[in-house]
Design a protein around this ligand. Sequence first.
Ligand code: NDP
Length: 494
Amino acid sequence: MEALKKYDMYINGEWTASSDGQYFESFNPATGQPWCYVAQGTSEDVERAVKAADNAFYNKDWADMTYTKRGHLLRKLGDLLSENVEELAEFETRDNGKLIREMKAQLTYMPEFFYYYAGLADKIQGETLPIDKKDMFVFSEREPLGVVVAITPWNSPLYLTFIKLAPALIAGNTIVIKPSEHSSASLLEFTKLIEKAGFPPGVVNIVTGFGADIGDSLTSHPFVSRVAFTGGEKTARNIVRNSAENFAQLSLELGGKSPNIVFDDANLYNAAMGTIAGIFGATGQSCVAGSRLFLHQKIYDEFMDILVSRVEKIKIGDPMSADSEIGPVATLNQLESIERYVETGLDEGGKLLLGGKRPEHMKEGWYFEPTIFEHTEHNGCITKEEIFGPVLSVMPFSEEEEVIKLANSTDYGLAAGIWTNDIGRGHRLSKRLRAGIVWVNTYRSISPIAPIGGSKLSGYGREGGLESVHDYTQKKTVWINTSSAPMSDPFIIR
Ligand code: NDP
């Protein structure tokens, strides 16, 4: 049997094993079999990585680098990424089971994140303040925070890294990245491009391993100034507690139970395709999954015919095949959790219209059929809790006010979709829905220019867009006394 590939971590510009030399297996969800080994980091490795990042932050190779030069480096990284899309997409698919066609499309677009932030490099500026004191010249400038820790989940390992890495670096910070134990390989492959681009040692460090083992030492480390986290609510609570140790600033991009609302005046075909994109794209393992579908009662039956006839034809298969439309879910745990939710849905009286089980033709791997439940009421577990799998809950509504209430009656506040040809209604609802992202007549669109993030249990802080760069900086105010007159009374405030 062919030996499994072995990945080391990357600390201070060097590839390194963990302090105790341990590796863990990473599994291919399409086969359920291990396909590589990854270094199992320890608290000592965290210490090495954070110290390397801290040293690099003060090292003149990085600290004195002009913003323009940092922009060139980031642009170069974007170019290198463009040249390596095919290979990186294959690593992502092997590691997390997402469709190769999705990963290729996503990674083909990803260089834009580097170009966008590279373009902002020389626009990170302060202001001259029209100060109300004679003889004082006062200005502000934006300076980097220091060491940033980025912690990412398994569903879009590179995208969710880039949206942190690019603004953090362009602002002049250094970074330690901890990818998910289930999907570390694509980031480690990408790290070879970081090396090639020519970032000074210690500016970017990767520590792999189990969050449960090394998460606390990473997020409570006194040298860490900011933690950018994407993942689950339980981990986020732990990080918030740890931030009491170091007062690190936080951004928390967590889960959702996002509504997709279809009105009777909508283009029903587009709305059905948007619904499918929202919940069955990425096998439902998306923070913005449109897992609750609210249908206006007038178009309920017509819409369901369109939706169901397309969902029945969805091709479940090997994510490496170009024609597969649904691949496996990322872990066996995840698969079992989805099965439990389906049982709960049935116990709660939901009507199972489609799916609800593992597909018979996929004997190996962690596959689950696209599943649709119909509900008459919005009060069960599966209509309220994030499932993170291909399970859609459908509910009817008749009034605008009613659906706004229903859509907002969740603990989450990440995303929402509205399907209507009434432009006024699109605006009205986008204001009233409690969500950080609202899509009108589209779903799952992303751009480096448009911030993402949520409220309530979906977390806080935004990633992407101009403000994201500012979030990786802090303002410094500089006062210059232009007068040569003797200082007045030193015992009163000036
Ligand atoms: P987890 O919170 O379990 O894991 C996310 C990351 O946190 C992983 O790297 C994990 O490492 C790490 N981690 C685990 N425990 C700790 C700890 N104690 N301290 C620090 N880090 C730790 O989430 P999942 O991997 O299960 O990801 C799914 C969740 O992420 C869903 O709830 C989903 O909604 C959310 N998500 C949100 C997105 C958004 O943009 N809002 C996008 C994508 C996902 P390890 O893997 O080793 O456990």
